[in-house]
Write a protein that binds this ligand. Structure first.
Ligand code: AMP
Length: 417
């Protein structure tokens, strides 16, 4: 493997990499830096965990180094599908931008537009953005994309899935046509393929599997627990580090569990169909941002939510059927990540759960879980909760009325769980 310096990275970046303990480039980096640093358009296929953020990020920074900063006219642009990813990419790049004398800013929804506008006015070299908010800035003329010399699109397939491509195209149309473009995506078919054809010029394609050890794995565990100890076991699991989703059967059960966890000092929020849509969105956002690391959810409400980096899914109440088991489990171990799925099983539930896991085609490991138990800690990272009660969650928005008049053809909303 060539060294960072041999691949053409600027000396200050090489030094900063060494300082942070990065010893050698990852394959995707070695495969992409020479072409990207030479100014070529690039099509990269690499998953989360492969090191793709620095692959495109350091290339973009190196291309911008030494240039002039002009208010409201950044020269580099990174587009990503979600706020969280934008923050993550920016955090990964800031130290390297700093050693090159470059300034970056994040332009995403949910944060103050005015502050972003002020940052842009002061002048930044690189903007890391989601398509929606960037479009707002373009329309408000708080940003001008006419000087963008290099654009990176990360997770282009997810941007397509989320319906962002029209905005992405409109944004690219406002950047100079001869600018350099780097596009990363897990898949290159359909809409992403069309984007590549239209906006990339004679791109080199580099496709690299994640380094071993970062392939997606999902572990399944049944934890046998005594009915009386269950609440304490749930609290200890919820007190672990990292994002956790706890599944329960009913809305009432979800609210009750959130209250109990908060009494134990655990920051938890509920996600169920009894909440108004904006309350649900807020709950998901808080979970996604990490401010509320524990989400207590019912099945229907949690379907289709995509949050990266959920390390543990817990069936507090066993799922109704194998399909629900798999849906719940699918909230963890997303691309390139590892995930653990735990089902708490009381003696009376044992028979049903065994049948259900068999039908789901799962071969779970089994263990006994007792409060503070070594197995519980090993599998889930359980910890003793602080026990210092938190204030109750913000007052819930009024619940949706359960009996609404049926308009013919209207109200196709799925019934709330
Ligand atoms: P990514 O695929 O961009 O999300 O990166 C996955 C992880 O690998 C991040 O935590 C990076 O900090 C880390 N990483 C990226 N490049 C290297 C490298 N050359 N050596 C060691 N770690 C790296």
């Amino acid at each position: 493997m060539p060294t960072f310096a041999e691949l053409g990275l600027p000396a200050p970046v090489v030094a900063a990499l060494a300082e942070r303990g990065f010893e050698a480039p990852f394959p995707i980096q070695a495969a992409t830096w020479p072409d990207a640093l030479a100014g070529r358009d690039l099509l990269g296929r690499g998953q989360t965990g492969s090191g793709k953020t620095l692959a495109f990020g350091l290339a973009v920074l190196a291309r911008l180094a030494g240039g002039r900063r002009t208010p409201q006219r950044p020269r580099g642009l990174v587009l990503v599908p979600t706020r969280e990813l934008a923050q993550q990419v920016d955090e990964a790049l800031v130290p390297f931008a700093a050693v090159l004398g470059l300034r970056t800013t994040v332009v995403v929804g949910g944060l103050s537009f005015a502050k972003q506008a002020a940052d842009l006015r002061r002048g930044v070299d690189l903007v890391v953005a989601t398509p929606g908010r960037l479009t707002d800035h373009v329309q408000q003329r708080t940003i001008d994309l006419g000087d963008i010399s290099v654009t990176a699109l990360d997770e282009a397939d997810r941007m397509a899935d989320m319906g962002f491509l029209p905005q992405v195209r409109a944004i690219l149309d406002r950047t100079p046509a001869d600018g350099q473009r780097l596009l990363f995506s897990a898949t290159l078919d359909g809409a992403v393929g069309a984007l590549v054809t239209r906006y990339l010029t004679d791109p080199v394609t580099r496709s690299v599997a994640p380094p071993t050890g970062s392939v997606t794995t999902m572990e399944h565990h049944l934890l046998h627990v005594d009915g009386e100890a269950k609440q304490q076991v749930v609290a200890e699991i919820a007190a672990r580090d990292g994002r956790t989703i706890l599944f329960v059967r009913t809305k009432h059960g979800a609210d009750k569990l959130v209250k109990r966890l908060r009494r134990d000092g655990i920051v938890a929020g509920a996600l169920h169909g009894g909440k108004a849509q904006n309350a649900r969105t807020r709950a998901i956002e808080a979970f996604r941002s990490g401010s509320v690391p524990v989400l207590v959810a019912t099945d229907v409400a949690a379907r289709g939510i995509h949050v990266d980096d959920v390390g543990l899914v817990v069936h507090v109440d066993p799922p109704a059927d194998p399909k629900d088991y798999l849906h719940r489990a699918g909230r963890t171990a997303r691309a390139g990540e590892n995930g653990v799925v735990v089902t708490l099983v009381t003696p009376e539930e044992r028979h049903d759960v065994d049948r259900m896991t068999r039908q789901a085609g799962i071969r779970p490991a089994r263990a006994e879980a007792v409060p503070g138990g070594a197995e519980l800690v090993r599998i889930t990272g359980a910890r003793e909760p602080s026990g210092v009660p938190l204030a109750p969650p913000a007052p819930a928005a009024p619940p949706q009325r359960s009996r609404r008049p049926q308009r013919p053809g209207g109200n196709r909303r799925r019934r709330a769980a």
